[in-house]
Design a protein around this ligand. Structure first.
Ligand code: NAD
Length: 248
């Protein structure tokens, strides 16, 4: 088991990539702290983990609220005694429109969840990890942390910002035992893509040289490596997992 006795906090763990990550980490022996705004589905993931013999708790928390991020870390440490791994995964797609028409409140919402939310997370996760003298933080960016995408300015800006935030955290804390990395998935089959019609989905598939969209578990496998001690020299980097999207 790759994560035996590790304590892992995963935000946005009620669905999609976060859910797959929570199930995989629990299977690999981690004690998992699931957080999400979606209490109903969060509790369903908790039940699945318990059914597979794993150990976990669910905390209702909004990552765009700093005190929720603080509370999540406090509860994780209270329940399991420490924090080893954090996957800052919660995110939204946000509104789709060109910058000249983008509603200010839509911009603010995406930045609050997808960028500030990751800062708030690390703001409280890092002091807890410093107490153990070790940790691994995985910030979920996107291929759109590296290239643009029309009509998604807030999402693209947040995901690019997150890559810089990750590099800075790595400069500050790698020598203190905390590795910090970002991951850039291409388009993955989750509810995030639900609003797209068939034609748009076909277009997206053709943008991936591998000829298909990704699965949540394929992304979770990269998180597992980064979270584990096998990735002991990996810090400050951005890891695409993208079916070749960025190779073009
Ligand atoms: P998803 O919609 O399936 O799951 C996201 C989860 O985050 C949901 O359970 C939702 O309730 C939760 N959430 C939303 N806002 C929250 C908040 N403020 N606080 C706490 N939880 C919140 O999406 P997904 O595809 O699994 O996305 C997970 C991450 O992966 C996101 O950061 C997303 O940007 C990123 N990503 C997804 C894709 C993709 O194609 N699906 C590609 C690249 C990156």
């Amino acid at each position: 088991m790759e994560l035996k006795d590790k304590v892992a906090l995963i935000t946005g763990a009620a669905a999609g990539i976060g859910e797959s990550t929570a199930l995989l980490f629990a299977k690999e022996g981690a004690k998992v702290v699931l957080t999400d705004i979606d209490e109903e589905n969060g509790n369903k993931v908790l039940e699945k983990i318990k059914q597979q013999g794993g150990e976990a708790i669910f905390i209702k928390a909004d990552t765009s609220n700093p005190s929720d991020s603080q509370k999540s870390v406090e509860k994780a440490v209270e329940k399991f005694g420490k924090l080893d791994i954090a996957v800052n995964n919660a995110g939204i797609g946000g509104a789709q429109s060109p910058i000249g028409e983008y509603a200010i409140e839509d911009w603010d919402k995406v930045i609050a969840i997808n960028l500030s939310g990751v800062f708030y997370g690390m703001r409280y996760q890092i002091p807890a990890m410093l107490k153990n003298g070790s940790g691994s933080i995985i910030n979920v960016s996107s291929i759109l942390g590296s290239v643009g995408f029309a009509n998604s300015s807030a999402y693209v800006a947040a995901k690019h910002g997150l890559v810089g935030l990750t590099k800075t955290a790595a400069l500050e804390y790698s020598s203190k035992g905390i590795r910090v990395n970002s991951v850039g998935p291409a388009f993955i089959k989750t509810s995030l893509l639900e609003s797209l019609d068939e034609e748009m989905l076909d277009q997206l598939v053709s943008a991936h040289p591998i000829g298909r969209l990704g699965e949540s578990l394929e992304v979770a496998q990269m998180f597992l490596w980064l979270a584990s001690d096998r990735a002991s020299f990996a810090t400050g980097a951005y890891y695409p997992i993208d079916g070749g999207y960025l190779a073009q």
